[in-house]
Design a binder for this molecule. Structure first.
Ligand SMILES: *Cc1c(COP(=O)(O)O)cnc(C)c1O
Ligand SMILES: [Zn+2]
Length: 420
């Protein structure tokens, strides 16, 4: 099977260009990477970028996403210095959750405040290479912010389709100021993506959702950074990586990072972290598929959660992500909006400011630890995908209310000693 966790390397087809090609995960057909615009196989299957040679840790140098240039389809991108995000220690949470090691990989520390930048630095560069005119994406917010920034940096026209009324304020503001045309769609994210896919099929725009295999190449570097940092700072590799799941692009990308490290001989099979996906209860088709042991997800027509970034009912990367979760021995779990907000607040009280979707990772870890699925001897990295300021309304609602005081010191002091 194409997406097995094995050390066997894929054989290059004849048409391999510069040592990289696109390969269908369903039927195995291959395509040259930059000959024409293509997102999926003729059979409808998802494509992956494959390489004739794969790097090991010794081949990486520099910092950020482009440190991993030897694992990417281009040697440079349209960059705003994305990647190289912090891996925080959170001693109080580590104690409370009760695992040997807990680290927070804070992807909110990317230039536009989410991991989407890692995908766009590669994806927009590929778009430029292909010579396309207009860039487009459907978005729950962060993809649009990143595409707007990277598109404008590349001097390209950018179109973003957003579900009306369901995108956090910070994200819309970013897309607007970076100069994207913002189309507010009367429908949910999945409906937006249906429209963008059709625009792309008709040749009206280049699609930069995570269906685009080049974006996932950039996002793969999250996994490479975690593996390198864990080994350098805390001993071997993490046992488990817990992450929020929307379209399951990151889950697919991290799994690809581990498969390639394994194929390069850089790690052993038992070094591969268990990929553990977390969804909101109101938008949990991946959890449903994992629990049912199904090979496909069933689209949820109605989705609802405060964690708007993962308010997705039809995860397009499920065919790549489901094998990733299963083959690594991971699992998927759903959490309530209350559990998400509690986790967001508790991360913030350790100085780590994240948006609601991001906090789902910690909420899911807590739940799995409570169920005994996660052991007390595990070394765990939780991914927090976006910055607190992305969703100021959610942050204000989860935090303390401002207290009105008079404009004099005595008044302030008596307020401080008085009842609150
Ligand atoms: C995009 C996004 C997600 C979902 O990631 P997928 O790769 O689509 O599963 C989660 N959290 C935040 C903050 C995001 O922006
Ligand atoms: Zn195919």
């Amino acid at each position: 099977m194409a997406l097995d966790l094995s050390a066997e390397r894929p054989a290059p087809p004849d048409e391999a260009t510069d040592g990289a090609w696109l390969e269908c995960i369903a039927c195995g057909d291959s395509y040259p990477p930059f000959a024409d615009v293509r997102y999926t196989c003729d059979c409808g299957g998802l494509l992956e970028v494959r390489y004739a040679s794969l790097p090991t840790f010794a081949d990486f140098s520099g910092t950020g996403v482009w440190r991993y240039e030897s694992a990417l389809p281009l040697s440079s991108g349209v960059t705003t210095q994305e990647g190289a995000t912090p891996l925080y220690e959170v001693p109080r949470l580590e104690d409370e959750v009760g695992v040997e090691t807990l680290r927070i990989k804070h992807e909110g520390m990317n230039p536009t405040g989410s991991f989407k930048d890692r995908g766009m630095t590669v994806g927009v560069a590929v778009a430029r290479e292909l010579g396309v005119g207009r860039l487009a994406c459907a978005s729950t917010g962060n993809t649009s912010a990143a595409l707007a920034a990277y598109g404008s940096r590349a001097g390209m026209e950018t179109l973003v389709l957003l579900p009306a009324g369901k995108v956090a304020a910070g994200k819309v503001a970013q897309a607007a100021l970076h100069g994207a045309r913002i189309l507010e769609v009367d429908g949910n994210f999945d409906a937006c993506l249906d429209v963008v896919k059709e625009l792309a099929e008709r040749g009206e725009a280049y699609l930069l959702n995570s269906l685009n295999p080049f974006r996932l190449e950039g996002q793969k570097t999250i996994g490479l950074e975690i593996m390198e940092a864990f080994e350098a700072d805390y001993g071997p590799f993490p046992d488990r990586i817990v992450l929020p799941v929307g379209n399951a692009g990151n889950t697919a990308a991290l799994y690809k990072a581990f498969r390639e490290l394994l194929q390069a001989g850089a790690i052993d099979r038992e070094d591969v972290p268990k990929l553990t996906g977390v969804q909101a209860e109101g938008a949990a088709p991946m959890v449903e598929a994992i629990e049912a042991g199904a090979d496909e997800v069933q689209r949820w027509e109605t989705v609802e959660t405060r964690a708007t970034a993962i308010r997705i009912g039809n995860p397009v990367n499920a065919p790549k992500a489901l094998p990733g979760i299963r083959e690594t021995g991971g699992t998927a779990v759903a959490v309530s909006d209350e559990q998400i907000t509690d986790a967001q607040r508790d991360l913030a009280r350790e100085g780590v400011g994240v948006e609601p979707a991001s906090a789902a990772s910690l909420a899911g870890l807590r739940k799995l630890r409570g169920q005994g699925v996660v052991g007390d001897d595990e070394r765990v990295a939780c991914l927090t995908t976006g910055h607190l300021l992305k969703d100021p309304d959610a942050a204000a609602a989860a935090g303390a209310d401002p207290e009105p005081v008079p404009a004099d010191t005595d008044g302030v002091l008596s307020h401080l000693v008085g009842d609150r």
